[in-house]
Design a protein around this ligand. Structure first.
Ligand SMILES: C[S@@+](CC[C@H](N)C(=O)[O-])C[C@H]1O[C@@H](n2cnc3c(N)ncnc32)[C@H](O)[C@@H]1O
Length: 264
């Protein structure tokens, strides 16, 4: 059999937040590569007893490549586990490129991203009609990875919609300042989530002008995601899509409700 590498989205942590497809891919793998620093070890419950388990937390990309080379040479199936969804900050593309150079077949299995898990834990919808209809997924610049021009948090904050900020808790003061400079009012609601869906989970709500103090008070600097935006406490508006006056291919509009919806 030809070797293949399956990039598996393992979700935010809890082993029962994997998709069925992800669990099956882990169960079928000869080699399971996971990062103990990012993925909860319960996820390994899905691996077969014979599988070789490799913790990549201490390995650079070069340390993982020999496993891909072996998969190509010996026709093995490798499951490479990524936290959340592999398409977001997973160094996925460079691994795919290397696998293709080696002639390995690849597959990507999407996962529940941490921003979805945090919204669920906070009990909030991120898109509220007439308040916020977009979600910006980003991170603070200035760390090890520079931001491309125009992608600074300050610039995105000008939209005033919901933002999910990954990889930014260690510089919470800068984060707060950039969000305020971008134009969010100081009272804008925020949710700070540490290790969401892990046993140590911590979810705290605060105002934007309390964000840095809140993050510091709980000594959070990694495994933390911040949601910000008016949708986090807005309510009272309703979606036209589910209004009885809205029609589509599968549903007729109620005439009276249609008149209300159109302002008549
Ligand atoms: C390298 S990125 C990977 C993101 C991942 N691919 C995703 O879709 O969630 C790691 C960052 O994701 C966020 N993160 C991942 N899992 C988390 C969790 N369980 N709770 C809170 N934040 C999490 C944190 O901002 C962390 O610094």
């Amino acid at each position: 059999m030809d070797g293949r590498v399956v990039f598996v989205g393992a979700g935010p942590g809890a082993a029962d937040l994997l998709t069925f497809r992800a669990a099956k891919a882990i169960a079928e793998a000869d080699v399971v590569i996971w990062a103990a620093s990012l993925v909860h070890e319960d996820v390994l419950q899905h691996a077969s007893a014979d599988a070789e388990i490799v913790d990549s937390a201490r390995l650079p990309m070069e340390g993982v490549l020999p496993y891909y080379e072996r998969a190509a040479a010996e026709g093995l199936t490798v499951a490479r586990i990524h936290s959340g969804d592999p398409a977001l900050w997973g160094a996925l593309q460079e691994q795919l490129d290397r696998c293709h150079e080696l002639g390995l077949a690849t597959e990507i299995i999407p996962g529940v991203s941490s921003f979805s898990a945090v919204a669920a834990a906070a009990g909030r919808e991120l898109t509220i009609p007439e308040v916020a209809q977009s979600v910006i997924l980003t991170r603070l610049g200035g760390g090890k990875t520079p931001m491309p021009p125009g992608e600074e948090v300050r610039e995105f904050a000008r939209h005033g919609t919901t933002m999910a900020l990954f990889l930014s808790a260690a510089r919470s003061r800068q984060l707060q300042e950039e969000l305020l400079e971008g134009g969010y009012p100081p009272g804008t609601p925020c949710v700070v989530a540490y290790q969401c869906t892990w046993p140590e989970e911590l979810i705290v709500s605060c105002r934007l002008d309390e964000l840095a103090d809140t993050v510091r008070a709980h000594k959070l600097w990694k495994h933390t995601l911040v949601l910000v935006g008016p949708a986090l406490e807005a309510g009272g508006t309703r979606s036209h899509l589910y209004h009885p006056g809205h029609f589509h291919g599968h549903r007729r509009a109620e005439p009276g409700a249609r008149k209300v919806l159109r302002g008549g």
